[in-house]
Design a protein around this ligand. Structure first.
Ligand SMILES: Nc1ncnc2c1ncn2[C@@H]1O[C@H](COP(=O)(O)OP(=O)(O)OP(=O)(O)O)[C@@H](O)[C@H]1O
Length: 130
């Protein structure tokens, strides 16, 4: 029983540690990556738009998926850039492909997110401007 409670304590500690590592990763990326800072600013603006226009629950879910997905992909892209830089400081075609493909993944999601934002907000903006 003692060892069981110790196991639980170790597990709880390691989960908390994992969270703290994840948060420090997010913090490091936010401090160093201009693209992430731009995404943060745009996300705050979109959330303010959502509040202003009183968008529906379904629209909030879609917007939050777009924002969360964008952040996750940017973080993964940053991680891939770091690993590639760690693997080689020399020019290597595979390093270029790895970075460019990761950047491409972000671009695809960014384009879809802009379209989603347009579909949700453009009609509301047009009605508001009438
Ligand atoms: N070791 C390398 N070998 C070959 N090409 C590389 C290498 N490192 C970077 N590149 C290429 O140089 C360009 C710039 O890469 P860089 O590492 O500056 O990141 P980035 O794509 O500009 O992203 P960010 O501005 O978000 O850091 C990209 O096209 C990338 O593929």
């Amino acid at each position: 029983m003692n060892s069981g409670s110790q196991d639980r304590k170790v597990r709880k500690h390691s989960v908390l540690k994992s969270f703290s590592f994840a948060f420090s990763g997010i913090r490091a990326a936010l401090l160093n990556e201009r693209n992430l800072q731009i995404h943060l600013a745009v996300s705050i603006a979109v959330i303010m738009f959502g509040v202003f226009f009183g968008i529906s629950s379904l629209e909030w879910i879609i917007i939050l998926l777009a924002i969360g997905g964008m952040f996750s992909l940017e973080l993964l892209n940053t991680a891939i850039e770091r690993v590639v830089d760690l693997a080689t400081e020399e020019y290597h075609p595979l390093a270029k492909q790895a970075k460019d493909i990761a950047a491409g993944a972000v671009l695809v999601y960014a384009i879809v997110s802009v379209i989603i934002g347009g579909v949700i907000f453009l009609p509301k903006i047009l009605i508001f401007l009438q």
